[in-house]
Design a protein around this ligand. Structure first.
Ligand code: MN3
Length: 207
């Protein structure tokens, strides 16, 4: 079976300063993400991991193929593993400030303009109750973008949706710098979004 490992960050722990502090990045990556990696490996071993050779995002999009007794652990730790992997990839210290191209056109179509998209996404992220994630996803069925939220480590693949942007709003993602002020964290996070990454993913998907 596949053994998952902690992915390397594409930048240093301190490179997202001042928006996300080095201490938060280090603990988030080395402790939290590592715990999801370990949990995923053991969750897959518990259900006889070799039964399912696909990558975790494929497993999540077909959770019924996992024996029922192990399904919730695979969902939680698999989501935790892949959500964080994307979260790191979707940030960068020196990115463009807007996506441009087809993704920006889609923001105009579905949200009026880019600024309004950010406003709606921010409000959605701030209003998540408890721990969870806010997403920009691609809905393949309708060939369109959507903002959605998930609780805990639930993830868009289980709903057949493909993430373009991921924002972790668990308190461990922001508490040491922002305390309980999630809205300040969300506002600051826009400065480190990797728009090239999101725009490229989108242009590969959209028809
Ligand atoms: Mn997290």
């Amino acid at each position: 079976m596949v053994r998952y490992e902690l992915p390397k960050l594409p930048y240093g722990y301190d490179e997202l300063e001042p928006h996300i502090d080095a201490e938060t990045m280090k603990i988030h990556h080395q402790k939290y993400h590592q715990a999801y990696v370990d949990g995923l490996n053991s969750a897959l071993a518990d259900v006889g991991g070799e039964f399912h050779p696909q990558y975790i995002s494929s497993i999540l999009s077909d959770l019924k193929s996992v024996p029922e007794y192990g399904r919730s652990a695979v969902n939680f730790f698999g989501g935790g593993f892949e959500n964080h992997k994307l979260f790191w990839e979707m940030m960068t210290p020196d990115g463009e400030k807007s996506p441009g191209g087809k993704l920006e056109d889609a923001f105009d179509v579905y949200y009026g303009d880019f600024e309004n998209f950010k406003k709606v996404f921010s409000e959605t992220a701030v209003s998540i109750q408890g721990s969870g994630w806010c997403w920009l996803v691609f809905n393949q069925t309708y060939n369109k973008i959507e903002i959605m939220t998930t609780s805990n480590q639930d993830n868009p693949w289980t709903l057949q949706k493909i993430p373009l942007l991921a924002l972790d709003v668990w308190e461990h993602a922001y508490y040491s710098r922002y305390l309980n002020r999630r809205s300040k964290y969300v506002k600051s996070w826009w400065n480190v979004v990797n728009w090239d990454y999101a725009a490229n993913r989108f242009s590969e998907l959209v028809r």
